[in-house]
Design a protein around this ligand. Sequence first.
Ligand code: PEP
Ligand code: CO
Length: 445
Amino acid sequence: MTWDPGSWRSKTALHQPVWPDSSDLERVEKELSLLPPLVFAGEARDLKARLGRVANGEAFLLQAGDCAESFDGFRADAIRDRLKVILQMAVVLTYSSGVPAVKVGRIAGQFAKPRSKPTETVDGTELPSFLGHMVNDLPFSPGDRKPDPDRLLRAYHQSASTLNLLRAFTKGGFADLHQVQTWNQEFVAESAQGQRYADLATEISRALRFMEACGVSSNHPEIHEADFFTSHEALLLPYEEALTRRDSLTGEWYDCSAHMVWIGERTRQLDGAHIEFFRGINNPIGCKVGPTATAEDVIGLCEALNPDREPGRLTLIIRMGADNVETGLPPILEAVKAEGHPVVWASDPMHGNTFTSETGHKTRHFDDVLREVQGFFAAHRAAGTWAGGVHVELTGEDVTECLGGTTPVETADLGKRYETMCDPRLNGRQGLDLAFQVSELLRRP
Ligand code: PEP
Ligand code: CO
């Protein structure tokens, strides 16, 4: 079957904005196609190899970050604080499981959102829905909601500077394991899980000193630097196509907008444009799998997206909801296992557990998030497969968007710092809390 970066255009692409002027979009696509790649093919291959270890049960995937990145909230502090929580969670997971945590951010490109309805009506006025800052803006006015292709360029440039800062933080000493104590932010450190983290950090620092006292140098890149990769839902295919480049070493195509990209629950039709685009790029890729997916659908995805059965190529991100996962997941695990497809199994315990609170906020309860992760692990234990990772929406900040947690957010708190532009995110404490809970599930003697 022939493929090229634009072959998706002969298929149906769902959840694409209606751009007011196609020549405007073409001008932007042309400009994007001449701009430098954001990541290199070799980096994507490195991530694929690490995910191959996850597929083999030798590592764990932590994929986390914003639901939708914002042009307004673009600050170094916010990027740093999100990275801190992810580094903290990775330390907790690695320490208890004894296997490496592969760290992938929903960051530096996570700007486009599929929505349940293409338009929104307020007081009789109908406007396009907010589709993420890569497309339009949140305020309900005709000007703000009009899709503007120049936003694709702005998203590219914001991704480039976010990635630049992430590379500086992770390679420039900030993520050195000797700094493990300093990732505990103040509002997290005050909480029970923050204290538990501080104790663990003390143990790690002591272990590093012990190694050094024994003459084993901890002067290794693995200690001084963190490997951190970027990912987003590759929803807007004109943008992804413009950043798809042929690797000069191998001649293979890579989508150089991020190390890993995934297909959303709403755009995984086997005959659709997204599957067509994804099958030809050589990045490690993900696909969301929701409660309506059958075992047959999932086998179809594996065959379309990973016909060569390469471990690490395909991550199935299960997001069934706490009430569905224990019945919905086992037949899928059995079918994929029987067919011998090597996949990374990750749990997204966020998107199947969203509801509207009495106060009118779109929210999720920490208990439901945890229950879905527990159901996911239980299904894997029963099937003898490796529960390979979690995929969560979080921020480093002290927001009040999800209910519950050990330092609980109550319904009445939701209005206090509800800052997300799209789905509710775990705050720094709830993220760390979840990591400790997952670490119990992963603990090996
Ligand atoms: C998301 O990850 O923000 C999202 C829209 O998820 P899903 O495709 O699983 O609904
Ligand atoms: Co979301």
